[in-house]
Design a protein around this ligand. Structure first.
Ligand SMILES: [Zn+2]
Length: 291
């Protein structure tokens, strides 16, 4: 069974790139006769509140494009107990990290292409007394001890991708559950087998797949779809392109553009695009410009 999910963060309206990724995931799931789930990633309370009602607008825009999902919408803000349980299940593998952003900057080598800095495990080597002392100064983040594991994931477009897993953050210093934990816990508990999302997340896939296995799940198969770029050639955002479905001209203008951008020709509805998918279909996955 092919089970994919779309997981918007309701901190803004969905732009063309978000909508294209959603359509890609929906098409792959429906073509496989599978399920397409919906999950609202609303753990960043302050930003969600600032975006005032974006979750409802996100869902409405997906419906306006004809993208229907299976089952109830999952909201991460209602699943905090599940994330706590996962931390408890990881037990001894979880440790406190007191490093400031600056300390990590100074302790690590050059960042990866995506700006991510692998953590060198500094706080793993603290003594019990040092830990007690630092706890008084600073609320720790929680990291998972990966012991230098490597993980290989399979991406439909990028092929096999192997990376060393660092001791990444599960719970942030402010107490909020990290994306890398919450999304993996949800994928495992929802039985997700396929993850379709933007290609900016490709480099984080090995550590997430590794955690999924640690939590008793299986690594999903990935499809990282090329981002849509704005007028200035950078990733689409408010300042360099239409901010949402209506600014882009509404479903009647956007759908044909989206289906053509996925190599299926122009279609007025998603059913037409689905019917146009050949059995050996491969997406046009490179990054797209809106101009
Ligand atoms: Zn640390």
């Amino acid at each position: 069974m092919h089970v994919d999910r779309y997981a918007p963060s309701p901190t803004a309206d969905l732009h063309l790139g978000n909508l294209r990724t959603a359509l890609a995931g929906w098409l792959l799931a429906r073509a496989a006769g599978g399920r397409w789930l919906m999950r609202i990633e609303d753990l960043d309370t302050a930003r969600v509140r600032a975006a005032d009602g974006a979750a409802a607008r996100n869902l409405a825009d997906l419906r306006r494009l004809g993208l229907d999902w299976d089952g109830d919408v999952l909201r991460q803000s209602e699943r905090l107990d599940c994330y706590r349980d996962a931390i408890a299940m990881l037990g001894e593998r979880v440790y406190e990290c007191f490093c400031t952003r600056r300390e990590i900057l100074e302790a690590t080598a050059a960042p990866h292409d995506d700006g991510y800095r692998p953590y060198p495990g500094t706080c793993l080597r603290l003594s019990r007394a040092e830990r007690a002392q630092r706890r008084e100064q600073r609320r720790p983040a929680l990291r998972v001890r990966a012991d230098g594991a490597t993980c290989t994931i399979h991406d439909r477009f990028a092929g096999d991708v192997t990376a060393v897993v660092d001791d990444f953050v599960l719970v942030r210093g402010d107490g909020e559950f990290a994306y890398n934990l919450a999304s993996v816990v949800d994928d495992v508990s929802s039985g997700v087998t396929h993850v379709t999302r933007g290609d900016d997340l490709l480099s984080s896939a090995p550590r997430q797949a590794w955690l999924a296995q640690l939590l008793g799940g299986a690594a999903p198969t990935y499809a990282h779809v090329g981002l849509v770029l704005g007028r200035d050639g950078r990733r689409l955002a408010k300042r360099n392109g239409p901010a949402n479905l209506d600014e882009a001209g509404g479903p009647a203008r956007v759908l044909p553009w989206l289906t053509a951008s996925l190599g299926l020709g122009e279609h007025d509805d998603v059913a037409g695009a689905l019917a146009a998918m050949p059995p050996d279909y491969e997406f046009w996955t490179s990054r797209m410009s809106i101009t």
